[in-house]
Design a binder for this molecule. Structure first.
Ligand SMILES: NC(=O)c1ccc[n+]([C@@H]2O[C@H](COP(=O)([O-])OP(=O)(O)OC[C@H]3O[C@@H](n4cnc5c(N)ncnc54)[C@H](OP(=O)(O)O)[C@@H]3O)[C@@H](O)[C@H]2O)c1
Length: 287
């Protein structure tokens, strides 16, 4: 297929690479042009100097940019030139409102929009093993899903436009409280004079087990916080969550608290640390 990809950051660079590796014709664009040039040196594909040039005639335009405004910018430039009947698949984590706005805009111009935020982090993107939660029309989803599958182990349609973003919000709510619990467990274990490695062996096969415990307990205990999803991104996502909760009436007591804790981690200089750095706040260590 003729594909375009805008946003070649930590996630987008390898995702676009998987599309090219699968034999599709891929044109890429990034705000800072060096990344697009570097991408075209490592992958089969064309680096373009504008979103419009990359999207010209594309059957699917993929996005993985930063936030709502970045998406608006790329879509306004690219939408008129993608193939008639073409699809925009947005992997950026954004508000659900943005997804609904973009879907209406695309529909009015004879194109489709699928909001498709991802989970799985940098490692998942590099391994082509992301989880993708989608919102949009079933027909567009059916056409896009086999292509998304080049970098995903699970792709699911959750409902109408915005439903993918709402599902990603649930994902972030579940992670926020859990990581704080894990941090408190580790902090308490240390204060109690227990060996964190022994504690892990004792409790990690029981009811306290979680992906975060299996993948982060050890690194947290070793004071290592460079494992992917950054605190700055988490705060952006929790901001979207809390806005949505204000609108739908959901009561998110713990999530709101943890968002404030992440703000303290940012103030400690930890904006680029990964989300498990909540434990550093408890232990009061400086960057
Ligand atoms: N990192 C993760 O583990 C992870 C996991 C799940 C979801 N996400 C979400 O995925 C999205 C991307 O994350 P990331 O970690 O890949 O971020 P990132 O490394 O900052 O990448 C974003 C990329 O988008 C580019 N960009 C921004 N605006 C653009 C525009 N108008 N036109 C073209 N390119 C533009 C940026 O270009 P510049 O080079 O100019 O900055 C950058 O290369 C975010 O919404 C994030 O919340 C990330």
């Amino acid at each position: 297929m003729k594909l375009a990809f805008a946003g070649l950051g930590v996630m987008g660079f390898p995702m676009a690479g998987h599309l090219a590796g699968a034999g599709h014709e891929v044109a890429v664009f990034n705000r800072s042009p060096e990344k697009a040039q570097r991408w075209a040196q490592v992958h089969q594909g064309r680096a373009c100097e504008s979103a419009r040039a990359a999207a010209e005639g594309a059957e699917i335009l993929f996005l993985c940019v930063g936030n709502d405004d970045d998406v608006r910018r790329v879509v306004s430039e690219a939408l008129p030139v993608i193939a008639p009947g073409g699809i925009i698949v947005d992997h950026t984590t954004t508000s659900a409102r943005l997804a609904r706005e973009m879907a209406a805009l695309c529909e009015a111009q004879g194109r489709a929009f699928v909001d498709a935020p991802v989970s799985g982090g940098q490692a998942g993107a590099e391994a082509g093993q992301l989880t993708v939660m989608c919102g949009g029309e079933a027909a567009a989803f059916e056409r896009a899903a086999p292509v998304i599958a080049h970098f995903a182990k699970a792709v699911r349609l959750m409902g109408s436009p915005g439903a993918g973003q709402l599902t990603k919000m649930v994902n972030q709510i579940c992670i926020a409280g859990l990581v704080q619990g894990l941090s408190e467990g580790l902090h308490f274990a240390r204060r109690a004079g227990l060996d964190p490695a022994e504690v892990y062996e004792a409790i990690s096969k029981g009811a306290a087990q979680s992906w975060q415990m299996d993948n982060r307990w050890k690194t947290m205990a070793e004071d290592r916080f460079d494992f992917g999803f950054a605190v700055d991104w988490m705060r952006k996502d929790l901001g979207l969550v809390l806005d949505e909760a204000r609108a739908n009436g959901a009561q998110l007591d713990v999530t709101r608290l943890v968002d404030g804790f992440y703000a303290e981690v940012q103030a400690m200089g930890g904006g680029r640390w990964d989300t498990s750095s909540l434990v550093k706040r408890l232990e009061g260590r400086e960057a």
